[in-house]
Design a protein around this ligand. Structure first.
Ligand SMILES: *Cc1c(COP(=O)(O)O)cnc(C)c1O
Length: 382
């Protein structure tokens, strides 16, 4: 097939032959395969094998509705979804019987859900989040029409606790909703949740809610010996974790968890659109819960711990290799995000790296090997 054919194919609405279709797919596949090896800037685990799940692609699975209630649509994977939720609850330190959650379309939906619950519980609340927060959160608070204040960040990417205290003090007459980062996108920083709780207590704020955005680190911290506080035991009210990031999945997905009583209150509020309409979307993916279930079943805790340890070791290796070449690289404890000065433009043509201002970062996901790091570092050093 020739280059120019594509316009013709997408624009005319003509039926394509089997070989035309195959040719088009083959080319896409090789483009994707080439891109895969050069992807070092985004936190997606690209190593997975879900082939035992292929037979399920022949069915119109749909997990519409609350995974903890019956559904009139029988081709669902709610039972597996509930097991995924129970497993995440254990890892994120809430007794499974006190937890409620569902498999989302990704970290963004999980953040939206947490903030939605907070807004339903405290309609007059002021929302606070640091300027290093993922871009999804600003969008989410705007969709929710919530009042918000963006808080300064420290140089290391953590929220500026003094600025946070000052802003809450000014608004202490209304409930406070804090979106805490458990691993920021750019610097892997973890906001100190007990310290945020202490600020709220110190100001005698009576109504507050902390949502944790733990897209990547939510699956790292449960598996390290000395984690920063990250879970429900640290005083959070809800948490969002991406499924396609650390665990890895060909379909974007995530998990949102919260405390059961919160959802029961919201559930009542939305009951008029149909009982137990507790999730944000109606029809929901039935395959992704199965993928997460399968990954958790095959890895077990020990498998994920090994994966995480390997990634952390590789991040440390990267910091060392950069430093040996005189490039100032650093990372937070328990973080696989390695920050370094923005490299020359040529480097961005060869590697998929995420830039921000005068910095850049790589994330040592499982496909990032020593060879890849050596090559990248020597490209950055010239
Ligand atoms: C990736 C990321 C998100 C968004 O997650 P998606 O699964 O891409 O929607 C949110 N927060 C942080 C910190 C992230 O790194």
């Amino acid at each position: 097939m020739e280059e120019g054919d594509e316009r013709y194919m997408v624009e005319t609405g003509a039926t394509l032959t089997e070989s035309e279709v195959q040719g088009r797919l083959d080319r896409l596949l090789s483009t994707i395969q080439r891109a895969d090896a050069r992807q070092v800037g985004y936190p997606t685990n690209q190593r997975f094998d879900y082939s035992p799940l292929l037979p399920f692609l022949d069915y119109a699975l749909n997990n519409v509705g609350d995974p903890f209630h019956d559904s009139n649509y029988w081709a669902n994977t709610h039972e597996f979804e509930r097991e995924v939720i129970a497993n995440f609850a254990r890892l994120l330190r809430i007794p499974p019987e006190e937890a409620w959650g569902y498999v989302t379309s990704g970290g963004t939906e999980g953040n939206m859900y947490g903030l939605y619950l907070a807004r339903e519980l405290f309609p007059t609340a002021m929302f606070y989040f640091s300027e290093d927060t993922h871009y999804s959160v600003l969008k989410n608070v705007r969709v929710l029409n919530a009042r918000y204040i963006m808080i300064k960040r420290q140089e290391n990417g953590e929220i500026d606790y003094n600025d946070l205290r000052d802003m809450i003090r000014v608004n202490r007459d209304v409930p406070a909703v804090i979106m805490a980062n458990v691993g920021t996108t750019m610097r892997g920083a973890v906001d100190d949740i007990p310290r945020i709780r202490a600020i709220l207590d110190g100001l005698a704020v009576t109504s507050s809610y902390i949502h944790a955005d733990a897209a990547l680190s939510g699956m790292i911290l449960p598996f390290v010996p000395e984690p920063q506080p990250f879970g429900f035991d640290a005083g959070i009210d809800s948490i969002s974790v991406s499924g396609h990031k650390l665990i890895g999945s060909p379909l974007p997905c995530g998990v949102v968890l919260t405390r059961r009583p919160y959802v029961e209150r919201v559930g009542r509020a939305v009951e008029y659109v149909g009982v137990h309409d507790t999730t944000l979307s109606g029809s929901r993916n039935g395959i992704t819960p199965l993928m997460l279930w399968y990954a958790l079943a095959r890895y077990g805790d020990e498998g994920i711990r090994k994966l995480v340890t390997g990634m952390l070791d590789m991040a440390e290796y990267a910091v060392g290799q950069f430093s040996r070449r005189g490039i100032r690289a650093w990372r937070h404890p328990n973080s696989v995000t390695v920050v370094f000065p923005k490299p020359p433009a040529e480097v961005f043509q060869k590697w998929q790296i995420a830039p921000e201002g005068d910095e850049a970062h790589i994330i040592t996901m499982p496909h990032v090997t020593r060879e890849i790091i050596d090559e990248l570092v020597s490209d950055c050093a010239v």
